[in-house]
Design a protein around this ligand. Structure first.
Ligand code: ADP
Length: 176
């Protein structure tokens, strides 16, 4: 059955502002914010805790099984630092957030990230790893790169996504 509301992935290196964007977007659009971090923890879609990286070792099959029904109905904003595990047929828009590395350093330091994890994430942002992953996994027309250095940029990005959503709803309105 066709979705009456689209599914959006908001992805990017940890600290770029995914949660910040998703919360504002969910409030303004009524779409549901699916925080994959939270789901992995709450629904135990993991194979244990990685001490060095201070994060869960995600069981991707279990995660996908757990969210499949909800996502297939549409209207989800998926908030996760990876995107290529989600089937292409589920996804209508992929937003990749980007941040300057000095700013990201400050945000991750404030979060008290362990040194190895901090460095790995900074390298990943500089090397555009998530952007490339998104471009490899989805059609280029649905992948959008947006800057997230300031709160003005959050507002501007949310405005853009809202405009996209209005257009999607017009284009996919059921025939009367
Ligand atoms: P993520 O979900 O990608 O890990 P968060 O949304 O949790 O990132 O943001 C990490 C930190 O950076 C938070 O303290 C948040 O307030 C701040 N932040 C995120 N995006 C911006 C932005 N565009 N401008 C200013 N601060 C931001």
């Amino acid at each position: 059955m066709a979705r009456t509301s689209p599914n959006i992935i908001v992805t990017g290196t940890p600290g770029v502002g995914k949660t910040t964007h998703c919360e504002v977007l969910a409030e303004r659009t009524g779409l549901r914010h699916l925080s994959v971090n939270q789901i992995v923890k709450d629904r135990e879609c993991h194979e244990g805790w990685d001490e060095e990286y201070q994060s869960w070792i995600v069981d991707e099959d279990k995660l996908l099984d757990s969210i499949e029904e909800e996502v297939k109905q549409g209207g989800c904003i998926i908030d996760w630092h990876a995107c290529d595990l989600f089937p292409r047929s589920w996804i209508d828009l992929v937003v990749v957030l980007r941040t300057d590395s000095t700013m990201l350093y400050d945000r991750l330091t404030a979060r008290k990230y362990p040194e190895a994890k901090l460095q790995e994430n900074l390298d990943s942002e500089i090397m555009e790893v998530l952007l490339q992953e998104a471009r490899d996994a989805y059609d280029e027309e649905i992948v959008v790169e947006l800057m997230s250095n300031s709160s003005d940029e959050v507002d501007g990005n949310v405005d853009r996504i809202e405009a996209w959503l209005r257009q999607w709803r017009q284009d996919n309105a059921p025939a009367t």
